[in-house]
Design a protein around this ligand. Structure first.
Ligand code: PMP
Ligand code: GLN
Length: 382
């Protein structure tokens, strides 16, 4: 986790946001929205602060949020949860991931993820002394090959860590793949951990939580976050839902990571989770339109572009423009066209970089006018 000179190695997102700030370039690197979310949610946090909700909340989270998470899972997916025993509020999905991995992974245990993978997976698996194994997602559709998936799971696999919709590729895993993961988890007695922070941001098919598949529920730990749904990435309210036994194990770790977090934000997120269906379908429709604006701009600029089925990001291949080194291009991009992106190589193991070297991730969770401007500027590349 340290850089070669002994300093803390900045995450790729922090590095690219700093680059955007330094150069004044349009920041399509780090995934965060540039607009506030629903006013009801913002008003609720102001009210909570005025009402004195400013001290440590209960260890599992405030009752009103635990209930709202349980109701939300039931409303959208028919998953019935006991809010007192089967839900846990965390400091973002990031803490949920870390606490889950630290709770279950012993040195030498394998954790299987898709590759490219979200950066905190690799870091927390390393902190636990685990072995990080992967199944590759390849351009252009970024779906795992089912035989490769089968071959990647064995008796050392403690956790199969799923992420759908997927960061950074925008892939949404189909039922068939999720069913195979459940089957493999049974065969090899592995746990399934599913990172569903983009659950409400799917554009083609409704989100399918793996926990709803037959035989999955008891061995699945589901992770969500308010950040992407309510444009509140800085509030760091996430959650875990799982059997009472799993929640107890994860809480045992979580209490010594952050203890508790975000007292006034918790009731506000509860308000958000209770918003009408139209809110949730609305955010997905708007984001799909933003995806289309940026994708069209990237295509016009000469990139080959994948079509994300969900999430915040589009992957573009710079090879047709004559660029083979995405990391180098990302460093040069602010100077060339005033735009910041993230190289996909930041999401893969060093020895796997070759297969991803010309790919860049662009965030489209931004205002339409910014995306239009980015599209115009990017055209300057060809
Ligand atoms: N998982 C994925 C796939 C993400 O993209 C992110 C952040 N964008 C997180 C987890 C972290 O979520 P949070 O900000 O709630 O910690
Ligand atoms: N998850 C966001 C992304 O993928 C950023 C989160 C972070 O900076 N750690 O860009």
């Amino acid at each position: 986790l340290l850089a070669a000179d002994g300093s803390v190695a900045a995450t790729i997102f922090a590095e690219m946001s700093a680059l955007a700030q330094r150069t004044g370039a349009i920041n399509l690197g780090q995934g965060f929205p540039d607009e506030d979310g629903p006013e009801e949610v913002l008003e609720a946090v102001r009210r909570a602060i005025s009402d004195g909700v400013n001290q440590y909340p209960p260890g599992r989270g405030q009752r009103v949020l635990l209930e709202a998470i349980a109701e939300h899972q039931n409303r959208f997916y028919g998953i019935r949860l006991d809010p007192e025993r089967e839900v846990l509020v965390t400091a973002g999905a990031t803490e949920a991931i870390a606490a889950t991995i630290l709770a279950y992974v012993q040195p030498g245990d394998e954790v299987l993820t898709l590759e490219p993978f979200y950066d905190s997976y690799a870091a927390t698996i390393a902190l636990a002394g685990g072995v990080h194994t992967t199944v590759p997602l390849r351009s252009p559709d970024f779906q795992p090959d089912l035989d490769e998936l089968r071959d990647a799971v064995n008796e050392r696999t403690r956790i199969i860590l799923v992420n759908t919709p997927h960061n950074p590729t925008g892939a949404v895993l189909p039922r068939e793949t999720l069913e195979l993961i459940v089957e493999l988890a049974h065969t090899h007695d592995a746990l399934i951990v599913t990172d569903e922070v983009y659950e409400h941001l799917t554009f083609e098919t409704p989100h399918l939580p793996i926990a709803t598949l037959p035989g999955a529920r008891e061995r699945t730990i589901s992770i969500g976050s308010a950040g992407k749904t309510f444009n509140t990435t800085g509030w760091k309210i996430g959650w875990v839902s799982a059997s009472a036994e799993h929640i107890t194990a994860i809480l045992a770790v979580k209490q010594f990571l952050t203890y508790v977090n975000g007292a006034p934000f918790q009731p506000a997120v509860a308000v958000g989770l209770g918003l009408p269906d139209a809110f949730f379908t609305g955010i997905a429709a708007t984001l799909a339109a933003k995806r289309d604006v940026l994708s069209a701009g990237l295509l016009r600029a000469g990139f080959t572009v994948s079509r994300p089925a969900g999430g915040y990001f589009v992957v573009a291949d710079a090879a047709p423009l004559g660029f083979d080194d995405g990391a180098e291009l990302c460093r040069a991009l602010p100077g060339l066209v005033g735009v910041v992106a993230v190289p996909i190589t930041a999401f893969v193991h060093a020895e796997r970089r070759a297969g991803y070297s010309s790919l860049l991730r662009f965030a489209y969770c931004k205002k339409f006018e910014l995306l239009e401007r980015a599209a115009v500027q990017l055209a300057g590349l060809s």
